[in-house]
Ligand binder design. Structure first.
Ligand code: NAP
Ligand code: ZN
Ligand code: ZN
Length: 347
């Protein structure tokens, strides 16, 4: 067994505190990644606080993991010690269902194996995440990180980055398309950068007036302050694609009304609450509401390579592990610019 240092919540809503536990010894196809930076995703907070239902404790959250390969199992071919390596939201899947075979392993029909708050494929080992000094993962679920980008800014690409890249690609964000990103947080700011790099006309829809300058610096062409109710009428029938990255409940109908003919509103934010939909709003302009969950391993690698080519990283605030609880409160208050990343040396 490999003993690792970590930060864990011992029960629901508890503060995170230092904890030690064991990772499995390396199997032939496993990679031991020494974690350098670990991002804080709002999903970590939802799960520690049981906002999505019952969770498993003790819980070591963290699924935006950037590190260096320390050791590899005897049959590993894709990684060598010293290489950069990333781990995202899942660490395995069945590998044989229709979706896994199609490269969409995040939608594995048996359920993807989450990086934490779930069981590994043996059905009994609790998976523990990235707020830790190291992690052991099968090489097929480890990603190559771009060499030209700084590590701290790469970590959030493993969840926030792919979660926005995937729907932007699926719904054809590109030249001539009006794309709106709702919520400028960890996910949203990656959406702005990717949509801009893909050539779309990008608008940020935010409830925080003080984020306008940042949005424009990230590549947004326009900024809409949604506290001003008049904007919902002004931008009626306007967008081809809206991606909702807001972590709190909201009235989706007001936003759907901003879609033009055949436009799509894609949900990636997960408040945990149901959203009432007005059918009249949806049938007008043949609008659609859809959802999207992270991305498969293949597309995640494509996203990382794209980020390397276009010099795209997350805007991060690097924190020490003992600042995690304070950071959680700031994330909930929409006060993060734009992703907290834990320096794993301090765990
Ligand atoms: P975040 O950094 O907290 O960003 C959320 C943003 O939503 C905030 O910055 C804020 O933007 C806006 N917002 C927050 N509270 C609001 C409120 N009460 N009213 C209106 N706007 C509000 O969170 P994140 O890490 O980006 O995650 C966003 C959501 O996506 C979470 O629910 C998370 O669980 C989910 N998620 C989904 C996936 C997936 O695969 N689909 C993957 C990762 C995360 P403004 O200040 O600009 O308004
Ligand atoms: Zn996440
Ligand atoms: Zn599968």
């Amino acid at each position: 067994m490999i003993e690792v240092r970590a930060y864990a919540a011992q029960k629901a809503k508890a503060d995170l505190a230092p904890w030690k536990f064991n990772r499995r010894d390396l199997g032939p196809n496993d990679v031991l990644v020494e974690i350098v930076y670990s991002g804080i995703c709002h999903s970590d907070i939802h799960q520690v606080r049981e906002e999505w239902g019952e969770a498993i404790f003790p819980m070591v959250p963290g699924h935006e993991i950037a590190g260096i390969v320390k050791e590899v199992g005897s049959s590993v071919t894709k990684f060598k010690p010293g290489m950069r390596a990333g781990v995202g939201v899942f660490i395995d899947s069945c590998r044989k269902c229709e979706n896994c075979l199609a490269g969409e392993n995040q939608y594995c029909l048996e359920g993807m194996t989450g990086t934490y708050n779930g069981y590994e494929r043996d059905g009994k080992t609790v998976a523990q995440g990235g707020y830790a000094s190291a992690i052991v993962v099968n090489e097929d679920y480890v990603l190559h990180l771009p060499e030209n980008l700084e590590m701290a800014g790469i970590a959030p690409l493993l969840c926030a980055g792919i979660t926005l890249y995937s729907p932007l690609k699926h719904w054809g964000a590109g030249p001539g398309k009006k794309v709106g990103i709702i919520g400028l947080g960890g996910l949203g700011h990656m959406g702005v950068k990717f949509a801009h790099a893909l050539g779309a006309e990008v608008t940020v829809l935010s409830h925080s007036a003080n984020k306008e300058a940042d949005a424009k610096n990230m590549g947004a062409d326009h900024f809409i302050l949604t506290k001003d109710e008049a904007v919902f009428e002004k931008y009626k029938n306007h967008f081809d694609l809206l991606i909702n990255s807001v972590s709190a409940p909201m009235d989706l109908n007001k936003y759907a009304n901003m879609l033009k003919l055949n436009g799509s509103l894609v949900m990636v934010g997960l408040s945990g609450e149901p959203y009432p939909i007005d059918a009249f709003t949806m049938l007008n302009q043949r609008r659609r509401i859809a959802g999207s969950m992270i991305g498969g391993m293949k597309q995640t690698q494509e996203m990382l390579d794209f980020a390397g080519k276009h010099n795209i990283v997350s805007d991060v605030e690097i924190i020490k592990a003992d600042e995690i609880n304070k950071a959680y409160d700031r994330v909930v208050n929409s006060d993060v610019k734009y992703r907290f990343v834990i320096d794993a040396k301090t765990i």
